[in-house]
Ligand binder design. Structure first.
Ligand code: NCD
Length: 307
């Protein structure tokens, strides 16, 4: 179903494909935990091209590639590559496409992965395109919800924080809508979910409430997905300074939340979740990051036809 396909955005997926990816990931998780040496992608090479900083996305893709039996070549940081000589992103893609079986990339420009996919023969997986989309993060987010809650639909989910520039929520909101979750978009006015996304989601039947009242949102939510204010996307540093710290998930706020609430965050966090919250049993963000490896094993093997 996904062989040869690019993984570019949230809205590209239907529920059948999401189920396939999550079930494939669950199977890999079982095999890894059983100590199996997996060779499904033996003989294949994966490229990770990161034109923008990353910790989890790149390392979990590389761990995933290794664990599924592929080899990896990597470009982390444009400074050490011909980008520094002025080579365009598309020329780099065309070159690397001739070396490998699948390309994982991250780039600061919205739409960059789409453009790369248009010139590459091999599947392109978007590891984040500016303030655009981040579908592989959103896939591991719903996989985590399924594991933490036992099922994936019918929850009330608050997406909290920088919904304007945060690309993970631009992808995740589509998946949550597909499984009939109710969404509350909680953010400062200046960081609201882009209107075209909210309108598109509503036209697909999503139930969405928008608010600035974080405590009220949390009081009725089964899950809260906290995001970082995306400093690197602000033209005006003063505007970032004004908005940072405008919401902080701490034990005080947690007391006002619905009992049993699950707390997710794509990480890295800056100060929007206090460390004291880490001891709360529903704080799932590090388990969430771990789940990313299994989702990425599944994606690599599925798009190369080896799963
Ligand atoms: C996210 C990203 O890069 O968009 N990080 C990640 O991939 N886990 C979230 C963020 O940087 O805030």
């Amino acid at each position: 179903m996904l062989k040869g396909k690019d993984i570019l955005s949230g809205p590209q997926f239907n529920a059948q494909e999401l189920n396939l990816i999550m079930n494939t990931a669950a199977n890999y998780e079982k095999r890894v935990k059983a100590g199996e040496v997996i060779r499904d992608m033996e003989g294949m090479v994966v490229a990770t091209l990161f034109f923008e900083p990353s910790t989890r996305t790149r390392l979990s893709f590389e761990a995933a590639a290794n664990r599924v039996g592929a080899r990896v070549i990597s470009m982390a940081g444009a400074r050490a590559s011909s980008q520094a000589k002025g080579e365009t992103m598309l020329d780099t893609i065309k070159t690397v496409d001739g070396y490998v079986d699948v390309i994982v990339m991250r780039h600061p420009e919205k739409g960059s992965a789409q453009r790369a996919a248009e010139v590459a023969v091999h599947p392109v997986i978007n590891g984040g395109d500016g303030a655009g989309q981040h579908p592989t993060q959103a896939l591991l987010d719903i996989y985590t919800i399924r594991k933490e809650k036992g099922f994936l639909g019918g929850h009330t989910v608050t997406l909290l924080g920088d919904l304007k520039y945060g690309r993970t929520v631009h992808s995740l909101s589509y998946f949550l809508a597909l499984y009939q979750n109710k969404m509350i978009f909680a953010s400062p006015k200046a960081l609201k979910m882009p209107e075209e996304i909210t309108a598109d989601l509503r036209s697909r039947g999503a139930e969405i409430e928008e608010t600035e009242d974080v405590a009220a949102a949390l009081a009725k939510s089964d899950i809260v997905y906290v995001t970082r204010v995306q400093r690197e996307r602000f033209d005006d540093p003063a505007e970032y300074e004004r908005l940072k710290g405008s919401y902080i998930m701490n034990n005080e706020l947690l007391k006002k939340a619905k009992p049993g609430i699950t707390i997710l965050h794509p990480l890295p966090r800056v100060d929007e979740i206090a460390e004291e919250v880490d001891d709360y049993p529903g704080a799932a963000y590090f388990r969430q990051a771990h789940n990313g490896m299994y989702i990425r094993m599944a994606l690599l093997a599925l798009v190369t036809g080896r799963a």
